[in-house]
Design a protein around this ligand. Structure first.
Ligand code: ZN
Length: 255
């Protein structure tokens, strides 16, 4: 099975070496090619998980996905604040069900379709003589799991706060015009990955530095501390950020 995966993933790696506006389209094109084998070639759950892992590894290599970013946000929709990349397992199961339903749907009118669906006792990945149970979680289940995560879930729960307009906050993801590398870096920051608090207590690196803010020296360099709690930024960066936003609002009102 390693040969099968490499045959798919090596060309994908070559494609991902090229960055730019066509980058996402090339990624989608490569994944679409892989999906042609679903329903024809047998893929086990482990193999599909490995394929997803290999895909993320390649994307990490090309800085399109931070290795410590939330995996759950990989395939959820952009309206939910995620990357909207392909969930290989879900796509596999969707195509299997679709192909199986095609045979079942035509079995009443066609002796050939009836014979094929009645004889498929695990001969094909469709396994039409058996009930196919999808092994993938629903979007709702993934979102619930994301919201319960202690670090990665902070951003999600902030989005759902009453003072936050979640729709406008995700607009940059829908009206996208930025490189995949930049998007990946923003997602990593939203997940709280680059802070010392994360490195010390979540990744638990053996040689991690003390969880002390690199700017003010205060205890606990969390994302919230960097964004709104650092004493050394209180008189400099935070007022500037506030004034810059106020300028935009003032200009919009003046037009
Ligand atoms: Zn600080």
């Amino acid at each position: 099975m390693k040969i099968k995966s490499n045959k798919i993933m090596n060309p994908l790696s070559d494609i991902l070496k090229k960055t730019g506006y066509g980058y996402a389209l090339k990624y989608l094109f490569a994944m679409r090619l892989i999906s042609y084998s679903f329903g024809i070639v047998k893929w086990s759950t482990t193999e599909l998980k490995n394929l997803e892992r290999m895909m993320r590894t390649i994307m990490n290599k090309h800085k399109w996905h931070h290795p410590k970013s939330s995996v759950l946000r990989f395939a959820l929709s952009r309206k939910e604040g995620s990357r909207d990349l392909i969930d290989v397992g879900a796509l596999h199961d969707k195509l299997i069900l679709k192909l199986g339903n095609y045979f079942y749907g035509n079995a009443g009118n066609s002796a050939l379709h009836h014979a094929v669906s009645a004889a498929d006792d695990k001969f094909t990945p469709l396994r039409m003589m058996h009930v196919f149970n999808s092994r993938n979680t629903t979007t709702k289940m993934d979102i619930e799991q994301w919201s319960r995560m202690s670090i990665h879930g902070v951003y999600y729960n902030e989005l759902k706060s009453p003072h936050v307009d979640a729709k406008l906050s995700q607009l940059w993801l829908i009206n996208k015009g930025i490189f995949g590398e930049t998007e990946s870096a923003i997602f990593a920051m939203q997940d709280g990955v680059p802070t010392r608090n994360y490195v010390k207590y979540v990744i638990s690196e053996p040689n991690a530095p003390e969880d002390i803010c690199r700017r003010c020296g205060g205890h606990g360099e969390t994302l919230n501390h960097v964004l709104a709690g650092c004493t050394l930024l209180t008189n400099t960066f935070y007022p500037k950020r506030h004034n810059d936003v106020a300028k935009i609002i003032h200009l919009r009102l003046a037009i």
